[in-house]
Design a protein around this ligand. Structure first.
Ligand code: PEP
Ligand code: MN
Length: 272
């Protein structure tokens, strides 16, 4: 991996801190001793949906509620998200059930709006190299979850993180969400070797999103366990009250009961 053309010493490197970075939120710590369990629907569809999700997911052990309000959809003809209204619903649901929140910010101009409602700002895969957005996120103080671009190398992903770190915002975590390969049976190819590799060279926390990483609900449990075994600091999983009816990414959404089994299995495995 070459870094010297950009900086003799990029800020993502382990040598910049004596310990791994953590992101301290009111109800969870990303990069701490226990995995962070992020869960929620792909898209916030209604107040009832996000309220039920918050209540149930909290009871199952999730600490961070996810939900898209501004959706980066492949087709302009599909649902684009409920926007600010959805953020209001999610903030209310999360505060009622003592959860932190994360939602995607798609442009620098939207940062103040998103920051008003959510605890962590997500940069989606499609925007990983939107340097205008990354620079703006470096100049503000909300934590940022930076997803890996579908075709990004580790070096490109880490240097994208440096755009944020260089601006002064040290609250950055990475999220592996699968890359585009020649394989077409799964939506993407979840690169867990990348998680183990990056753990050896960066102090930044790394999460794994097996939902977009595979696109198939039957693969979420095994890939969650594999991600945690590979050293991931947590997972972000799409969970829906009625997955088959999800307005977006229905094939990868799991039931509350599946999520309960995943956390249960993890707890049993580490406690024995
Ligand atoms: C998402 O998490 O809602 C999302 C759109 O993911 P990605 O950017 O990884 O496609
Ligand atoms: Mn999705």
């Amino acid at each position: 991996m070459t870094t010297s053309e950009h900086s003799p010493s990029p800020l993502w490197q382990k040598q910049h801190t004596s310990h791994n970075s953590t992101i301290d939120l009111s109800f969870t710590c990303i990069g701490g001793t226990a995995p962070t369990w992020i869960a929620g629907p792909c898209t916030i569809e209604s107040q009832e949906q996000i309220m039920l999700s918050a209540k149930t997911l909290k009871s199952l052990g999730a600490t961070l509620l996810r939900g898209g309000a501004f959706k980066p959809r492949t087709s302009p003809y599909t649902f684009q998200g409920h926007g600010e209204k959805a953020l209001v619903w999610m903030q209310e649901a999360a505060s009622r059930h003592s959860l932190n929140t994360i939602s995607e910010v798609m442009s620098a101009e939207d940062i103040p709006l998103l920051s008003h409602y959510v605890d962590v700002l997500q940069v989606g895969a499609r925007n990983m190299q939107n340097t205008h957005l990354l620079k703006a996120l470096g100049k503000q103080h909300k934590p940022v979850l930076l997803k890996r671009g579908p075709c990004a190398t580790y070096h490109e992903w880490l240097m994208a993180a440096d755009y944020i770190l260089h601006g002064g915002n040290t609250q950055v975590c990475l999220c592996e969400r699968g890359i585009r390969t020649f394989e077409s049976a799964t939506r993407n190819t979840l690169d867990l070797a990348g998680v183990a590799y990056l753990k050896t060279i960066t102090h930044l926390p790394i999460l794994v999103d097996p939902s977009h990483g595979t696109g198939l609900r039957q693969l979420i449990a095994p890939m969650t366990h594999a991600a945690l075994a590979a050293g991931a600091d947590g997972t972000m999983i799409e969970v829906h009250p009625q997955p088959e009816q999800s307005v977006s990414d229905a094939e990868q959404a799991i039931h509350f009961s599946d999520y309960a089994s995943i956390i249960d299995h993890y707890k049993k495995t580490i406690c024995t």
